[in-house]
Ligand binder design. Structure first.
Ligand code: UDP
Length: 327
C-alpha cells in the first residue's frame, strides 16, 4: 500500500514508518519537525509541512495515489494540555480536521489514528475494554475523543474506513538501538527515570504518593513501541472501506511509578535518585488495558510484553544516544 504518514518523524511515527517499509509498503512522511526528528526517517520520504497549512497538505496528499493515511501529528502531554489547552484544541482537533479535508480532496479512504487511553478518563472497570465509557478528565483526552467522534461521523457520511488505536503508555526503543524516544522537553516517566540513572538529570520526581493504589503511586500499562507500531500495520492491512474499528493497545499489566523506578534500577544496575512530589493534574490513579480485541480480531502478539524488556531497549537507546538524535 501507499501510505501518507502525518507526524511520521515523531517517536511512534518513526518506528511505524520503519515497520511499514519493512513490510513492503510505500511511505511518505508529512511532518513539520516541531517535535519530530528528520534523521529518524529516510530523508527521501520526508515532506516538511504543517497540518495547519491546508494547501500544502492537500497538494502533498494529491502528489501520489495514496491508499491510506496515518495520523501521529498531535500533541500528547497530559500536564501541558491542562495549562495550555488552546495548543491542544488547535492542533489535535482543528489542524487534524485538515487531514480529513485533504483526504477527501485527494480521495484517500482509510486512516489509522493514534488515539489514547486518556479518552476513557477515570476507569469505572479494570482492565479497560473498548466499550468502557469515554469520559476524559483532561483536555488531551478530550481532543483525542473529539477526533475519534469526527472519524465516526465522516465514516457514516462519506464512507471512510478508520481504526482508532487507543494507546496506553508507549515506551522502549527499536531493539537494534537505532531509533528511540527524544522529546524536548521530556515529560514521560521511563526516559526521565533513565536520565536520572545516567546523571543527565539529578533526580526524577514521583508525581503523587497518595493515590488509591497498592504503593500510593500511579499505575500504568506500558507497551513497547515496536508492538505498538506492529499494531498499526495489522490495522492498516485489515481495514476495509467504511470500517469503524477501535482497539486498545496495552499489555494488560499495571506497574506503579515506584515499580518502574525499581525495575529501571535493576536493568541499569544504577541507583535512581528520586523525590516525592505533588500529584500532576489530570492523572487518573490506574490505567490498565484489555487488548483482547486486537489479539482476537487481528492476531496482534506483543514481542516485548514485560516492563523489564521494554526498559532494556530504552536503556540501550539512551546509553548509546545520550543526546537523542542530536538535532
Ligand atoms: N510521572 C511521574 N514523574 C514524572 C513523569 C511522570 O511520576 O516525572 C508519572 C505520571 O504522573 C503518570 C506516569 O508517571 O502517573 C506516566 O506518566 P507519563 O507522562 O510517562 O505518561 P502518561 O500517563 O501521561 O501518558
Amino acid at each position: 500500500m501507499n501510505v501518507f504518514v502525518a507526524g511520521g518523524a515523531g517517536y511512534i511515527g518513526s518506528h511505524t514508518v520503519r515497520l511499514l517499509l519493512e513490510a513492503g509498503h510505500e511511505v511518505t512522511v508529512y511532518d513539520n519537525l516541531s517535535e519530530g526528528h528528520a534523521s529518524s526517517v529516510p530523508v527521501a520520504r520526508l515532506v516538511r509541512g504543517d497540518l495547519a497549512d491546508l494547501d500544502t497538505l492537500t497538494a502533498a496528499m494529491r502528489a501520489k495515489p495514496y491508499d491510506a493515511a496515518m495520523h501521529f501529528a498531535a500533541n500528547c502531554y497530559v500536564g501541558e494540555s491542562v495549562t495550555e489547552p488552546q495548543k491542544y484544541y488547535v492542533n489535535n482537533v482543528s489542524n487534524a480536521l485538515n487531514l480529513l479535508r485533504a483526504m477527501r480532496a485527494a480521495d484517500v479512504g482509510k486512516i489509522v489514528f493514534s488515539s489514547t487511553a486518556a479518552t476513557y478518563g477515570t476507569p469505572v472497570a479494570t482492565p479497560i475494554t473498548e466499550s468502557h465509557p469515554q469520559q476524559p478528565i483532561n483536555p488531551y483526552g478530550r481532543t483525542k475523543l473529539m477526533f475519534e467522534q469526527a472519524l465516526a461521523d465522516y465514516s457514516r457520511a462519506y464512507g471512510i474506513g478508520y481504526a482508532a488505536l487507543r494507546y496506553f503508555n508507549a515506551a522502549g526503543a527499536a531493539p537494534d538501538g537505532t531509533l528511540g524516544e527524544d522529546h524536548d522537553p521530556e515529560t514521560h516517566l521511563i526516559p526521565l527515570v533513565l536520565y536520572a540513572a545516567m546523571g543527565k538529570r539529578d533526580q526524577v520526581s514521583i508525581f503523587g504518593t497518595d493515590y488509591d493504589t497498592p504503593d500510593g503511586t500511579c499505575v500504568r500499562d506500558y507497551i513497547h513501541i515496536y508492538d505498538l507500531a506492529q499494531a498499526h500495520i495489522l490495522a492498516l492491512e485489515a481495514m476495509r472501506p467504511g470500517d469503524r474499528r477501535t482497539y486498545n493497545l496495552g499489555n494488560g499489566s499495571g506497574y506503579s511509578v515506584r515499580e518502574v523506578i525499581d525495575t529501571a534500577a535493576k536493568v541499569t544496575g544504577r541507583e535512581i535518585p528520586h523525590n516525592e512530589a505533588p500529584r500532576r493534574p489530570g492523572d487518573p490513579a490506574v490505567l490498565v488495558a484489555s487488548s483482547e480485541k486486537i489479539v482476537r480480531e487481528l492476531g496482534w502478539k506483543p514481542r516485548f510484553p514485560h516492563l523489564e524488556s521494554i526498559i532494556e531497549t530504552a536503556w540501550r537507546w539512551h546509553r548509546e544516544h545520550p543526546d537523542g538524535y542530536g538535532d
